[in-house]
Design a binder for this molecule. Structure first.
Ligand code: ADP
Ligand code: ZN
Length: 749
């Protein structure tokens, strides 16, 4: 499909056509340019902007059903003043539904369309002709000198086929010069290929596993909608290990089988996109999907973008930003772990990828599957109201039992001073290891200790730029701020009173837990999994393969271990501090903790042997702990729902956060005062009560040297709030040096 959009109606000027072109810039709506011929909407062009040439998109006229556009039109500029288009980009036009998606996202999130378009045109290089890439394949000669590093490169290429120097080096864990050295020695041959070489196609005709009755019924429902090509939202609500992935793989197969064009998008939380997931996909379909996330390098990124735009990439799996890829013909969207907080984008355009994925599916007329063992309250309420269709999987695949979850009351069974593993958990760890099974300890805190203080004067080591403590990372012998990345050596003496040997670590982080486990279980092989130890996907893959192969006895990890992994020999999960997520009391603290702990618990006993989970807590009667122990998530979520409904909190009401930030504290406070003075009150035009809370210090009152103040608008209903917000922001006089960020539907606050 090329140039299929309808032609723009434009006033002709001496044979030239006036085109409305949206630029991927924050400042404005479309600008008008002149071109020699009519061009279809969505076409990508190069246009002059001041001294520069930039890329833009011929933009469709406003859709009357669209929420009113925030940007001004350029129609008032007289024709003589318009500049001509510099040229066209050899790329299919963006589809009409994608352009409408940009309009909607901008209107919903109260940002400019240009900023949303910038997320779509995120790989400028993809719009240039493809460069060539050098790939290396086995050659004729045996190298005279076969070092272990060289042998690993040859093995990697033998196993994976021809690779770029970078990929081969990465797979072998060596530097690229080793690969080039092998080519020089004749042991590898080098070929130049287009960097945009087509991807191998996943094959939908390969047989999948025999599905259980529940799985088959769920798959049939989704496949029906895929084949019909209709918008429908499915909630695939199945306990951990129930085979949700197999169900949506069937839907992927159905979409691939429709024709040669239909594309499929699978969104997963960034940390759930594991090598295990990709291996499973490949085992099922004979080829890997196209991968899109923040770790994907520039060359792979441009190849993925271009192939998506041209339609040759058929299955794309990615983190939230993959939603903004330029699909030609979307036939299915899957959002796996739909409840996951990481779908909320907290920088730039503040959107929730799950919600925007549903919007995209509705605009594109395709089905969408939201999968989770612990659906978000938002999604559950939509399913109960009949807006989404709920498909349930109630049992683990192959009859594996759900783990037995118990609470360890830390008041009755405390660990000895300076230790964090309580006696009941320690005893079960010993039994588990004695049986040759694996243990996972979960503690969502990187580093050695969350707080370091001086025993002499009580001084706490704080980040100079943030209202946050510095966290000791003993493996690296450094102090680090987890909010801005500021780091420095561990001070030898208290920076405040100068006392030596007076600084003490307070509380546990995973590194401290590692120390304790090493001391208690000197024979055990221990692995620590955090974003500090796994900063590269290939490293993670090795780690995971090692654990799956049984080369590790005890895994200690942060939330990075909670997602997606399937370790058949893992039968015991210990949660070191089950109360951690419940402190602080934001709206979703209970829901989020319940979801996270269910995920961690779900790592235990996924195969033949049953699993056990110990939740260490000081509050065993807490509804979240109680629900986990009793396996009664439904009752907990019903309670949660009741509370939210009573207070008209999301998903029964709306919140909008205004975050004001600036380097000058008094200017930030002044902005807060002005916004409060002009705040809307009473009712929205739709008759829903609104109230503004604040200004108050934002949860991180200082971040990277910026002072932050927050106002929170609460609307007792779900009507549109955007027009009211826009009016409010317009009424308030801005203060220099202070930015105001609007977060519609903030996730946490
Ligand atoms: P979920 O996504 O619900 O946590 P998975 O899809 O990961 O569950 O399934 C858990 C395990 O059970 C995986 O190892 C998967 O391969 C296996 N499995 C699920 N369904 C089937 C099936 N119908 N036949 C064979 N194996 C299955
Ligand atoms: Zn900091």
């Amino acid at each position: 499909m090329t140039d299929a959009g309808k032609n723009l109606t434009a006033d002709s000027v001496e044979g030239m056509v006036r085109l409305s072109v949206l630029l991927p810039m924050p400042f404005a709506g479309p600008l008008d340019y002149l071109y020699a011929a009519p061009v279809s909407e969505g076409s990508i062009l190069r246009v002059p902007l001041g001294p520069r040439e930039v890329t833009g998109v011929v933009w469709p006229a406003a859709d009357t059903k669209r929420p009113s556009a925030p940007d001004k039109s350029d129609r008032t500029v007289s024709v003589e003043k318009l500049k001509p288009v510099a040229g066209r980009v050899d790329m299919p036009p963006l589809t009409p539904d994608l352009c409408r998606f940009v309009d909607w996202v901008a209107a919903y999130t109260l940002t400019s369309r240009g900023r949303v378009l910038r997320m779509i045109l995120s790989v400028p290089a993809a719009l240039e002709p493809p460069p060539v890439q050098r790939i290396f394949a086995p050659g004729r000669e045996r190298p005279a000198r076969l070092t272990p590093a060289r042998a690993r490169v040859l093995d990697a290429i033998a196993a994976q086929g021809p690779l770029s120097a970078r990929a081969a080096a990465e797979a072998a864990g060596v530097s690229e010069s080793v690969v080039r050295g092998l080519a020089k020695a004749g042991a590898l041959t080098m070929r130049e290929v287009s960097a945009d070489a087509p991807y191998p196609l996943p094959d939908p005709t390969r047989p999948g596993p025999a599905l259980s009755d529940e799985q088959a019924a769920a798959a049939a429902a989704v496949c029906g909608a895929v084949t019909a090509g209709e918008y429908a939202v499915f909630l695939l609500d199945g306990v951990t290990g129930s085979g949700k992935t197999e169900v949506y793989f069937e839907a992927v197969a159905a979409a691939l089988s429709r024709d040669d064009e239909t594309q499929i998008l699978v969104l997963v939380p960034e940390i759930a996109l594991t090598s295990q997931w990709l291996d499973r996909f490949e085992a099922r379909f004979g080829a890997r999907p196209v991968v899109w996330h923040s770790d994907v390098g520039q060359a792979a990124r441009r190849r993925a973008w271009a192939a998506t735009a041209r339609g040759s990439a058929r299955v794309i799996v990615g983190a939230r930003s993959a939603l903004f890829l330029p699909f030609r013909k979307l036939g299915l969207i899957v959002v796996d772990e739909e409840h996951d907080p990481s779908f909320k984008q907290e920088d730039g355009v503040l959107y929730h990828a799950r919600d925007m994925a549903v919007l995209r599916a509705s605009l594109g007329g395709c089905p969408i599957v939201l999968a989770s063992a612990t659906p978000s309250l938002e999604t559950a309420v939509n399913a109960d109201a009949g807006r989404y269709r709920r498909l349930r999987l109630t049992a683990r695949h192959g009859g594996a039992a759900l783990p037995d979850i118990r609470a360890v009351d830390m008041r009755r069974d405390p660990p000895p001073p300076g230790r964090w593993i309580a006696p009941p958990l320690e005893a079960d760890m010993r039994d588990t290891l004695a049986r040759g099974e694996q243990v996972m300890l979960f503690l969502n805190r990187r580093g050695y200790a969350p707080l370091t203080l001086c025993r002499t004067c009580g001084h706490r080591l704080e980040c100079p730029h943030c209202s946050a403590w510095m966290v000791e990372h003993r493996f690296q012998r450094r102090m680090q701020c987890h909010h801005c990345g500021h780091s420095g050596p561990v001070p030898p003496a208290c920076p405040s009173c100068g006392a030596e040997d007076s600084l003490v670590a307070c509380g546990p982080g995973v590194e401290r837990l590692f120390e304790e486990v090493g001391a208690r279980f000197p024979e055990a092989r221990i692995a620590v999994m955090t974003s500090d130890t796994l900063d590269h996907p290939s490293e993670t893959a090795r780690f995971v393969a090692d654990i799956a192969a049984g080369n590790v006895d005890i895994v200690i990890g942060t939330q990075i271990v909670t997602k997606g992994y399937h370790f058949p020999q893992l039968t015991l999960v210990g949660v070191i501090d089950a109360d951690l997520g419940l402190r602080g009391g934001d709206l979703r603290a209970g829901e989020r903790t319940y979801q996270q702990l269910t995920q961690v618990a779900g790592r235990a006993g996924r195969a033949a042997r049953p699993g056990r989970v110990f939740l260490q807590t000081y509050d065993p009667a807490h509804p979240v702990v109680d629900a986990l122990v009793k396996g009664d998530g439904a009752r907990f979520m019903a309670l949660e729902e009741d509370g939210r409904r009573r207070h008209a909190m999301p998903p029964f009401g709306r919140l909008v956060a205004l975050i004001l930030s600036g380097r000058d504290e008094s200017a930030v406070i002044e902005t807060g005062r002005r916004l409060a003075a002009t705040a809307p009150s009473g009712q929205t035009p739709g008759g829903e009560a609104v109230q503004v809370l604040g200004p108050a210090p934002a949860p991180l009152a200082r971040l990277r040297g910026y002072y932050r103040v927050r106002l929170l608008l609460h609307q007792r209903g779900l009507g549109r709030v955007q027009a009211l917000m826009r009016d409010w922001l317009k009424r308030s006089e801005p203060v220099k040096g202070v930015t105001v960020k609007v977060d519609i539907d903030p996730y946490s606050f």
